[in-house]
Design a protein around this ligand. Structure first.
Ligand SMILES: [Zn+2]
Length: 229
């Protein structure tokens, strides 16, 4: 082996270790279609984001304590994936949060309108989907343009997915809708962390109180799961 290829192997090994790219079976959902979007560049940018906002040293999401439900405000899965796939945030479209770092937004899961499920990141990778909580949150995005657009199939797919995440991740204690994230009177708020004083909350309406009430009721009735807000 030449010294150059030794260096290359070392670099590759370091990238794996430093970024936590090795997805184990316990971080992948067996019922999801795997559609990974994280490459070495995105992991590097995520590690930079984690360092700046949470004092972390890697892009690893360790012992997540909350699940956050969203909708995309984008009408189709294809367009949503196109939006999430680039490693760097579009500075024109997301001027509101572009100052917070280079890495693009994404959740871990996408739920299409017919309830079909796509996993774009393993559950041990930090995704940028909720200011102040990404260091401890697994994100689920539903394909919908507004709250009225969410379907019964999506509701049922969210509940089933959350029941499996809770089985895999014993550390999960909270479930919130993105619209609830700024409420400092709710128990999940104890997990808030933001080291960059210039980085502020943005207003969120997704997925809305009606969907979250129905989701919490379904989780309790069908799966016996109650998670704090
Ligand atoms: Zn959201």
């Amino acid at each position: 082996m030449t010294s150059f290829s030794k260096k290359l192997r070392l670099l590759f090994f370091c990238t794996l270790i430093c970024s936590g790219t090795v997805a184990s079976a316990s971080t992948l959902d067996p019922q999801a279609i795997q559609s990974p979007i994280f490459d070495a560049e995105r992991l590097q940018l995520t590690a930079e984001y984690a360092r700046r906002h949470y004092g972390a040293t890697t892009a690893v999401l360790s012992k997540p304590q909350m699940i956050v439900v969203h909708f995309t405000m984008i009408p189709t899965r294809e367009k949503s994936l196109d939006f999430f796939r680039p490693p760097r945030i579009d500075r024109q479209i997301r001027r509101d949060i572009a100052g917070g770092g280079e890495v693009n937004v994404s959740a871990h899961y996408l739920v299409d309108r017919d309830g079909s499920l796509y996993q774009v990141a393993a559950e041990d990778i930090l995704c940028r989907h909720i200011i102040g909580f990404n260091h401890t949150a697994i994100g689920i995005e539903n394909i919908a343009v507004d709250a009225d657009d969410l379907t019964l199939s999506q509701l049922e797919a969210n509940a089933a997915l959350i029941s499996r995440i809770v089985q895999r991740q014993a550390s999960i204690r909270f479930l919130i809708g993105h619209h609830e994230y700024r409420d400092s009177t709710l128990p999940h708020y104890q997990l808030y962390r933001e080291d960059d004083a210039t980085y502020r909350f943005t207003d969120k309406v997704d997925p809305g109180p009606i969907f979250m009430t129905r989701l919490r009721t379904l989780l309790d009735d069908r799966y016996g799961i109650q998670l704090k807000k």
